[in-house]
Design a protein around this ligand. Structure first.
Ligand SMILES: [Zn+2]
Length: 170
């Protein structure tokens, strides 16, 4: 088990749509363990494989950040089946540390995906969990939360980060 480095805004993996996992005969468990430990250490409520530089459709979510191990969700190839309502809350991302913005998300979602053996699983989430599902699936589609912000706020954050990248401070 090892902590992985979390890639940040500017890394090409974060802009690249990830590839579906087709072969479940590979042991995904060690990779998932690394992702879970990396998420808890950050700490964060979710982590998608592109954030550790792997463009594969795998995500982990735990809105209790390890407080309640039963809440840990590991899902491959997640797809949004249904969504309802809306919520507007401040959202951030481990790959965009230090920046946050209010993002509108559905209040409730139903997601279908696969467990580590390739079995189909369906899950529902409300509130923060619904937000986490949306945020991590966005990562698998090569999209960051800042793309949901208003143009001014988004451009301001991007400009600040690009300046920090130029200064070697990112
Ligand atoms: Zn994120």
């Amino acid at each position: 088990m090892a902590l992985r480095s979390i890639v940040k805004f500017g890394s090409p993996e974060l802009d690249t749509p990830s590839v579906e996992i087709k072969d479940f005969s590979d042991d995904l468990e060690p990779l998932v363990q690394d992702m879970v430990q990396t998420m808890y250490a950050a700490p964060g409520v979710g982590l998608a494989a592109p954030q550790i530089g792997l463009n594969t459709r795998l995500m982990v979510i735990d809105i209790t950040v390890g407080e309640d191990p039963k809440q840990l969700i590991v899902m491959a190839n997640p797809v949004m089946l249904e969504k309802e309502g809306e919520q507007r809350e401040e959202e951030g991302c481990l790959s965009v540390p230090g920046y946050a913005g209010v993002v509108q998300r559905p209040e409730w979602v139903k997601v279908q995906g696969q467990d580590l053996k390739g079995n189909e699983v369906t899950m529902e989430g409300t509130g923060l969990l619904a937000r986490a599902f949306c945020h991590e699936i966005d990562h698998l589609d090569g999209k960051l939360f800042i793309e949901h912000l208003g143009m001014l706020k988004r451009d301001l954050i991007k400009r600040k980060i690009k300046k920090r990248i130029r200064q070697g401070d990112w």
